[in-house]
Design a protein around this ligand. Structure first.
Ligand SMILES: *Cc1c(COP(=O)(O)O)cnc(C)c1O
Length: 385
């Protein structure tokens, strides 16, 4: 639990926010692999940086406090966080995943964990009846994203948690798109939160990192063991950068959401737009649920242009917004999910879950909203066949 009532204060003073030894207002980068021992068995709290490092620990304490968990863990990427969390399960266990789950999460289950006899099932977690119907005795975990990538499908985290707990199923939420500033899955009933901190938490497209937070002590001990045993830890310099990024999360998210709302409302009315997916729009099927469980709709928008528009020309006509993988940085980015972020999902599954070749995903940055919209409008105009 956070010592601070308001997250804006916790973002800056949460975790271990000053260096005890010197009073430095930023936790130093402890760029060391090992620590001198004062005698056999006489350590000063640290022995080796895979096991523990003060800069990483400050970050881990911070994310635990922000998400309201008992312990946080920092990894070299979001996928390392997810992989380590999935390593809590055993052969014979089955993991259910949201149908719009991140491509890499699907891939690690399909191509890696399957070889260790951990199976997976894809289910629309926005449909509670469908989710309940997919539960079999071997289901031990469900992994949710809300809103889920790239169609921004919203899942009722509290409802899925309630059903899951009645069946002894662990609820894991990938909170990358929302961050604890907008949504706190543990308080909604989830057991574990994972993040690609590469995105909004880092916020500046200058690092790759992953985080996990757990709600109970027993899982914390098991995950601490796995973090050290499998070794995908985050280095001290990136831990420092991530702490620095998190300090401005509140002001950044406010602007991200404000910009995204303005842009989504205008795109929705644009005659070239066939479909738009953004839970901040009143017509979006996830609007009410998202409003109930989160402080805002985030800043990821997906949309499809009508057939008269050539999306290849659209991407090439953008001048301000960059075509790139990733999201959540201060700069606006676009991507083409079917050939980029979701290319590792087989075509038949992609089609089934609605990831069409015409889909465009926009990560709205914190530039001037008018400038972002003008760039989109101009590229849409130029792409008319
Ligand atoms: C990027 C992303 C990941 C993977 O994180 P990496 O830091 O790239 O390993 C996982 N989940 C979501 C929702 C993401 O956007």
């Amino acid at each position: 639990m956070s010592r601070f009532e308001n997250i804006n204060t916790a973002l800056i003073h949460g975790g271990i926010s000053i260096d005890e030894k010197t009073g430095a207002v930023n936790i130093p980068i402890y760029q060391t692999s090992t620590y001198k021992q004062d005698g056999l068995g006489k350590m000063r709290g640290y022995e080796y940086s895979r096991t523990g490092n003060p800069t990483r620990e400050a970050l881990e304490a911070l994310i635990a406090e922000l998400e309201g968990g008992v312990a946080g863990f920092a990894f070299g990427s979001g996928m390392a966080a997810t992989t380590t969390v999935l390593s809590l399960f055993n052969s014979g266990d089955k993991v259910l995943i949201s149908s719009n789950v991140y491509g890499g999460t699907f891939r690690v289950l399909d191509k890696v964990f399957k070889n260790f006899s951990i199976s997976y099932g894809i289910v629309d977690t926005s449909d509670e009846a469908a989710f309940e119907a997919a539960i079999t005795d071997d289901v031990k975990a469900v992994m949710i994203e809300s809103p889920a990538n790239p169609l921004m499908t919203v899942t009722d985290i509290a409802a899925i948690s309630k059903i899951s707990h009645a069946h002894g199923i662990t609820v894991i939420v990938d909170n990358t798109f929302m961050t604890p500033y907008l949504q706190k899955p543990l308080s909604l009933g989830a057991d574990i939160v994972v993040h690609s901190a590469t995105k909004y938490l880092g916020g500046h497209s200058d690092l790759v990192a992953g985080l996990a937070v757990v709600k109970d002590k027993e899982t914390a001990e098991r995950l601490a063991f796995l973090q050290n045993a499998t070794g995908g830890v985050l280095g001290p310099f990136d831990s420092f950068l991530l702490i620095k990024g998190i300090k401005t999360l509140g002001v950044r998210m406010d602007r991200h959401v404000e910009n995204a709302l303005k842009i989504a409302e205008r795109l929705e009315k644009h005659s070239a737009v066939k479909n738009i997916y953004y839970p901040g729009l009143k017509n979006d099927p996830g609007y009410e649920t998202n409003k109930k469980q989160a402080k805002g709709p985030g800043a990821m928008i997906s949309f499809e242009l009508k057939e008269e528009y050539d999306i290849k020309v659209f991407f090439e006509s953008l001048e301000l917004i960059m075509l790139a993988e990733s999201l959540g940085g201060v700069e606006s980015l676009v991507c083409h999910p079917s050939t980029m972020t979701h290319a590792s999902i087989p075509e038949d599954i992609r089609k089934k879950v609605g990831i069409t070749d015409g889909l465009i995903r926009l990560s709205v940055g914190i530039e001037d909203a008018e400038d972002i919209y003008k760039d989109l409008e101009k590229a849409i105009d130029r792409s008319r066949k």
